[in-house]
Design a protein. Structure first.
Length: 255
């Protein structure tokens, strides 16, 4: 073979080695990318499945305007939402008719001389939830609470199923403009058993109570372990304290 042929032969094989290596690397990186994307999708799907295993329970009477905002912000975080209201609360009933995915339960809060039997209303919803969704986690959340960081709810598989989890990072807002701007709020100092946010899986029941006070603390006493849910934070619309159900939220819609 003459020198020119040897040179051509050498260049030919050199090109083959280069391009084979080049395409192998491209294939490696492409396959690696597809693997990473597949894992990311699998992880996302897993988190969505976890997020979708929560049954929320809310009591709401004479809070229709605030509840509308809360539903808008929170509804995508739960697989099921049960809202208990008074059969005479037409504004709330009209609102809930716009959300067929929400289960509406009616309850007589003043039966047997009670001022506002919130405990009995929650108990009725719990009986339904435990029967329909026995393997879910359950979140008792007030009708004036907006969850700020729902990703904290995506790690349910890491939680203690015998414990109750609460939210300590709560900001109280008195107006919509303050809420939208994230300004002029005050931090709420709460009891470990405060009922505005109670996440649990072990099935216990609320008890009947003459008004909306204390029944959340009694319910919390069923749990030997009460912890702050890591990373959770919420906004409260209005001022604290409405135990007899006669007042609507003290929240100003100014924008």
């Amino acid at each position: 073979m003459n020198p020119i042929s040897l040179t051509h032969h050498f260049i030919y094989h050199l090109k083959r080695l280069y391009f084979n290596g080049f395409f192998y690397q491209r294939k490696y990186h492409r396959d690696r990318l597809m693997f990473d994307l597949s894992n990311a999708k699998s992880s996302k799907s897993s988190n969505e499945n976890i997020l979708k295993s929560i049954t929320a329970i809310t009591v709401s009477v004479n809070y229709a305007q605030v509840l509308a905002l809360v539903i808008e912000k929170n509804i995508s975080f739960f697989s099921e939402w049960i809202i208990v209201t008074d059969p005479k609360d037409s504004a709330t009933i009209d609102l809930l008719e716009e959300y067929p995915e929400i289960n509406t339960i009616f309850f007589n809060f003043k039966k047997n001389g009670n001022k506002f039997n919130k405990g009995g209303a929650i108990r009725k919803a719990q009986k339904y939830a435990y029967r329909v969704s026995p393997s879910n986690w359950y979140l008792l959340i007030d009708s004036d609470i907006i969850i700020r960081n729902p990703l904290a709810l995506s790690y349910l598989d890491e939680l203690d199923e015998s414990a109750m989890y609460v939210c300590h990072d709560r900001r109280d807002y008195s107006s919509l403009s303050d809420l939208n701007s994230g300004k002029n709020y005050k931090f709420y100092e709460s009891s470990m058993r405060a009922g505005y946010f109670q996440l649990y899986r072990k099935k216990h029941f609320y008890t009947d109570w003459p008004d909306a006070s204390t029944c959340d603390v009694v319910f919390g006493s069923h749990f030997a372990i009460i912890r702050n849910l890591p990373g959770i934070a919420c906004n409260h619309l209005g001022q604290e304290g409405n135990h007899d159900g006669s007042k609507g939220p003290k929240f100003q819609f100014d924008s």
